[in-house]
Design a protein around this ligand. Structure first.
Ligand SMILES: Cc1ncc(COP(=O)(O)O)c(C=O)c1O
Length: 235
């Protein structure tokens, strides 16, 4: 939330060589300057080659791979990712993407008529529609708090969110890094506040893995969905 420096970035020859070498690690069209890892991250060559190796391995012995090896291999992969995002491997589940993950969560919470879901006006459309659907289905209420813009102080965000809290609030849902505005929201403070109030916290971390350091256990969040296919540049 600090203002970025307006000074132009100077690239020396060494930096330029490093960038060109890095570019060689990707399969991207050389005529394209690809900046949109926020939609679908480009996959670096070594990652691409490794996942193709796994696909070939699966094709050599499909039944053996899927019925005897898959569980152990996924456990290894979960342990590696859990170390990276700072949580226990058994608390981590692989699904296709964050929309699927948070749909599972939103549709599973035992909300009752009159309960309230507190969120911001900076959420990603698919998830906003998910909570609208869940609220209608459960006769609950979706409370969308407008965030102040420009945001200059994290406390302003906490206050703006908490202005929507009532005794019927059961869930706090918000993005870690917002889609329309690319703001990193002060989720630590909001989760701590929600915990004191005894309400569930659901965080959309679509843009966090690979972009900012994560320590999910330290956050004490109830549900955190992230994407590996964006900034982490996984396959
Ligand atoms: C904040 C946020 N949440 C969720 C998503 C959806 O990601 P996916 O389609 O991978 O589930 C996006 C996509 O850009 C996003 O920006």
């Amino acid at each position: 939330m600090s203002s970025p420096s307006a000074a132009p970035v100077a690239y020396d020859d060494a930096a330029e060589r490093r960038h060109l070498a890095l570019r060689q690690e990707f399969l991207l069209d050389p005529d394209v300057v690809f900046l949109n890892h926020g939609s679908f991250g480009a996959c670096p060559r070594p990652v691409f080659e490794r996942y193709q190796q796994w696909q070939r391995e699966l094709e050599r012995q499909p039944v053996e791979f899927l019925s005897r090896r898959e569980r152990g291999l996924l456990a290894e992969a979960r342990a590696a990712l859990a170390g990276y995002v700072g949580c226990a491997a058994d608390d981590l589940v692989y699904v296709s993407n964050v929309t699927t993950a948070l749909n599972i969560v939103a549709r599973s919470l035992p909300l009752e008529p009159g309960d309230e879901i507190l969120t911001t006006d900076h959420e990603y459309g698919a998830l906003e529609r998910t909570w609208t659907f869940v609220a209608e289905h459960r006769q609950a209420k979706l409370v969308i708090q407008p965030l102040p813009l420009p945001i200059t102080d994290p406390d302003e965000v906490v206050d703006a969110m908490w202005a929507g809290f009532t005794p019927r609030t059961r869930v706090l849902f918000l993005s870690h890094i917002t889609s329309p505005t690319a703001v990193t929201l002060p989720i630590e403070r909001l989760i701590a506040r929600a915990r004191e109030a005894g309400i569930w916290t659901v965080i959309d971390g679509a843009h966090a893995p690979g972009q900012i350091d994560l320590d999910l256990s330290g956050l004490e969040v109830d549900f955190y969905g992230g994407n590996c296919h964006k900034w982490l540049s996984s396959a």
